[in-house]
Design a protein around this ligand. Sequence first.
Ligand code: FA5
Ligand code: MG
Length: 433
Amino acid sequence: DSKPAAAAVTPEGTTTVFGQSYPRDDYTNCTPSILDKMDRQLHLNPAHPLGILKHLIFDQFPGYAQLDTLSPVVSTQANFDSLLIPADHPSRSKHDAYYLNRTTMLRSHTSAHQVEVMRQAQHKAFLVAADVYRRDEIDASHYPVFHQMEAVRLVSPQDIKAGTIEREIDRMKGRIQEVGVISTDDSLLDQQVQHSTALQPEHDPRTVALVTEHIKTSLNYWVAGIFGRIQHLQPAMESKSSKLPVRWIEGSFPFTTPSWEMEVMFQGNWLELCGCGIMKQQLLRDAGLDDHIGWAAGFGLERLAMVLFDIPDIRLFWSQDPRFHSQFQPGQITRFVPFSKYPPCLKDVSFWLPTETSFHENDFMDVVRDVAQDLVEDVKLVDRFVHPKTQRTSLCYRIVYRSMDRSFTNDEINLVQEKLRQEVTQRLGVSLR
Ligand code: FA5
Ligand code: MG
């Protein structure tokens, strides 16, 4: 691969990302394996499941501006402050987000672009599809880079007066009926809208009820459109009477009030598809659009794609194996046929912590990701022990190594495990047992 790396850590104490240098400081925590992912841009590949899903969602929202090339490097102002996320909110912790330095980070959600897009482009309806970065545990459904789609819709007083919003709602409802694949229980949602404490003081309850109806209908419409396409793949939905259950539960986000999460029942489990709500009016004021009222929603693309394409492990999205890529075509949802599953190899690593508070699990996860890359399928804490005399704590983690695309030798894994033991001591200051 002769392409220059999109990002690199240089010895002079700066990190270079897409040709820009960022000075490092006590917040810097982007690791090489994260920086390496930044130029993959999976959602821009029309034949990748994430790119296919992105296009299908774009198609469900005609008239919405489509933004999918915004830079993942954002200010902490954009990612947090512009959304009224308080200074002590857990999502700001350097254990949860990837920072280039104290003021610059890799976006942790597509909401980071809401205010900027409204202010700069004055778009009243737009979608943002993008890669987002969060420090997290390691298993089949978590990966430190994933993808989100943001939908934002602003409504003007003229839209309301002219009946534009009602007409849109009616048209979408008609279409949902025709497709007939979902059944939704909106009673909770309706209750909450009537519950006036959830209203922002600036808002008229009747307008909020109308805009809420518009969110709910738009998202139901979107889900019906996507799941309507896979009806033939879904044995559970083959009989006409069994529809996809959709429910709305109360959510909480600093930038929306009221807020909801939308879930669908799929193969026996409620699957959280998105968070959404009526945008805080302060965001519209900051964008110079205070005469509007707006809703925003953010959906995760991987979880939905895993369900739609039957992809069992989130690492597969990052595979470069043609046996993965050859299975997908633009515009089509097809079931992934796994190539043979390779045997796992389990290894434990145990160590004493220097002090209880100096260790954070996500730091350990990042060391594992750096050393073992995508060879590691799962990492779990299997034992925690406090020595009765010294009061020191010891942890034992079990690491499941399994390649998605080849078999490996014991020697190879032993080398990786040895390297991991070295790095863990050097980078986390723990002592191996
Ligand atoms: C957010 O990120 C908010 N920005 C969503 C939002 C937008 C709310 C606009 C209100 C208005 P949350 O952290 O819950 O919220 O993530 C949103 C969605 O992203 C989830 O519903 C889920 O589908 C997906 N998601 C979150 N974390 C992960 C993860 N670790 N792996 C895969 N998908 C994830
Ligand atoms: Mg959530």
